[in-house]
Design a protein around this ligand. Structure first.
Ligand code: 1GP
Length: 246
């Protein structure tokens, strides 16, 4: 429970936490190292590592080692399947894509990876993953039956089901690089339904959007593209962090 407790303590103290997403398939080792170093200096709370395609094997392991050298922050895997596990990480979002049509993303990959999680000694954080329109690459790869943006009650029903199944975290995902983030009304409806720790990501391009998500009920904000595309990475992360925390 080390990483989970660490995040929960931050949320209690600061009102929200910020995760910096690094996709080993999109960022080379040098870029990953720069982003991780900037994230630590800017006060981001942890590094999330994963991606829908290609974030596995040597490149995943080497990226984690580069991140660990550059930043003294917890590393949390965000795997697209059992291939996205690495012994170099501190924790893993042990997640099920609840609105997938494909049993591979509901339980088969989890079955395939469970023993490795224990053997590697990485901390599993049970998480319900729910993909909202437009869904991006994650939605396509995960064969998600995308939640319509104007149907917040559907997202809330999935989140509650995940919570009752024992998943302590819920992640509302609009898809990396989404034109618009998850609607604030949906965030609010999900949080009000009584789910656990609520992560929101996908299409959060600036600090105002991040703050709006937190005001609506998000506990953790994930940003990847906005950091990847920033000209000044540390300043951009600092803006996110300073704006969402009280
Ligand atoms: C993707 O939610 C994350 O899984 C981050 O999305 O790249 O749009 O920040 P962005």
């Amino acid at each position: 429970m080390r990483t989970e407790q660490y995040l929960n303590d931050i949320i209690e103290k600061d009102g929200a936490a910020h995760l910096t997403l690094i996709d080993p398939d999109a960022q080379d080792l040098n870029e990953a190292s720069n982003i991780a170093g900037a994230a630590a200096k800017a006060g981001s709370d942890a590094i999330m590592i994963g991606g829908s395609v290609g974030a596995s094997g040597d490149i995943l392991n080497e990226t984690l080692r580069a991140i660990k050298t550059a930043a003294d922050l917890p590393t949390i895997l965000f795997p697209s399947g059992a291939c996205g596990l690495s012994k170099y990480a501190d924790a893993v979002f042990f997640m099920s894509l609840l609105n997938s049509r494909d049993p591979n993303y509901l339980i088969t990959n989890q079955m395939l990876g469970a023993k490795a999680v224990l053997e590697y000694g990485i901390e599993p954080i049970p998480m319900a993953y729910i993909i909202i329109e437009p869904g991006g690459m994650a939605g396509w790869v995960g064969d998600a039956r995308l939640i319509p943006r104007n149907k917040p009650k559907l997202a809330a029903a999935y989140a509650l089901a995940g919570t009752l199944l024992g998943m302590r975290y819920v992640y509302l995902e609009a898809g990396s690089g989404a034109i618009e983030p998850v609607p604030t009304k949906m965030i609010n409806t999900v949080k009000s339904a009584g789910c656990g720790t609520l992560i929101v990501g996908g299409g959060i391009r600036d600090a105002n959007a991040a703050k709006a998500a937190v005001n609506a009920g998000a506990d953790i904000i994930v940003t990847g593209t906005a950091i990847e595309e920033a000209t000044d990475i540390q300043t951009t992360i600092t803006e996110f962090v300073d704006t969402i925390k009280r």
